[in-house]
Write a protein of this length. Structure first.
Length: 300
């Protein structure tokens, strides 16, 4: 029963990882950019919601509603000011640009908020720790379950948007071939701006749930980036539902590893990632270079 409980908790934890990886997967799928500032942007969202909740005395959920439009605007501005300028400059420039952005964000948060850890757990009361008992040894936490449900709703909503709306069809066409999309009248610059805005909205959700489920500090971003990247690679690059599968696999591996050893939480997760990466490398027929390569795109 203990192992069953650990697997269940890992599945629920995978919901958070899927939420975290969703925006990174979307940006890579549309613009072929690996945003190395992704984790830092999630921490920025966590701090914004924390400020609204603690200094304006609003509910964190109301704070999330106020922060999401700000994150969408920030994504659009980043596309116009950073990503757009680096898209046509080669494969290395977007990585260097987003790495530099992450450094600026991390140190700016440290300068503003200091090194102390923060959390939104005190602001959500019993939700932070309450659970439902299934059996005497199996429990379902209310916050982990809420996180998983929101992650599925976010992925499902984005999937339906891309499938059923004109903008969604434009995004899918641009993802397949931006040059041909331009020839049939699609404004790829607008599509890229939408993708960046939607990516940061997903980051806003992830940052808020990060703040509610754990403590965070200005330098928590790189660890979140690693978890998101591992979930994407495990589930398959460019696949929204694959991020959910990858997140669940990562979460289950971490929880089972923690059951074996206190240090096994991170070790088991990284081992699962490396095992899937090796499987793709040796059995997938694509090789490591094609798995991680960022195809060159012309400037929008």
């Amino acid at each position: 029963m203990i192992w069953v409980n650990q697997i269940l908790q890992g599945v629920l934890l995978g919901g958070y990882y899927a939420m975290l990886a969703c925006g990174l997967s979307l940006m890579f799928g549309v613009m072929r950019i690996i945003n190395l500032a992704h984790g830092s942007l999630a921490v920025v969202a966590a701090y914004l919601v924390w400020v609204v909740a603690n200094r304006l005395h609003f509910s964190p959920f109301l704070g999330l509603a106020l922060v999401l439009p700000c994150m969408a605007l920030a994504g659009w501005l980043l596309q116009r000011l950073v990503f757009e300028r680096s898209l046509g400059a080669g494969e290395l420039v977007p990585l260097l640009s987003t790495f530099g952005l992450a450094v600026v964000l991390d140190n700016s948060m440290f300068q503003t908020f200091g090194a102390d850890s923060r959390s939104l757990a005190p602001n959500i009361g019993d939700l932070a720790w309450n659970s439902w008992g299934v059996t005497s040894q199996i429990y379902v936490g209310q916050l982990p379950l809420l996180t998983f449900v929101v992650a599925v709703a976010l992925l499902g909503g984005l999937h339906l948007f891309l499938l059923r709306t004109p903008m969604g069809r434009s995004v899918r066409a641009t993802t397949e071939d931006p040059d041909t999309a331009e020839l049939v009248g699609i404004d790829t610059r607008k599509v890229y701006g939408f993708a960046a805005a939607a990516s940061l909205v997903a980051v806003g959700f992830a940052g808020t749930f990060l703040a509610m489920r754990a403590a965070f500090d200005p330098y928590a971003g790189p660890a979140q980036l690693i978890f998101a990247f591992e979930a994407i690679v495990i589930g398959g690059t460019g696949s929204l539902w694959g991020t959910l599968v990858g997140g669940v696999v990562l979460g289950v591996a971490q929880n089972l590893g923690a059951q074996v050893s206190p240090q096994g939480f991170l070790v088991a997760g990284h081992a699962a990632f490396l095992a899937v990466l090796a499987l793709r490398f040796f059995a997938g027929g694509r090789g490591l270079r094609s798995l991680l390569r960022i195809p060159r795109r012309p400037a929008a």
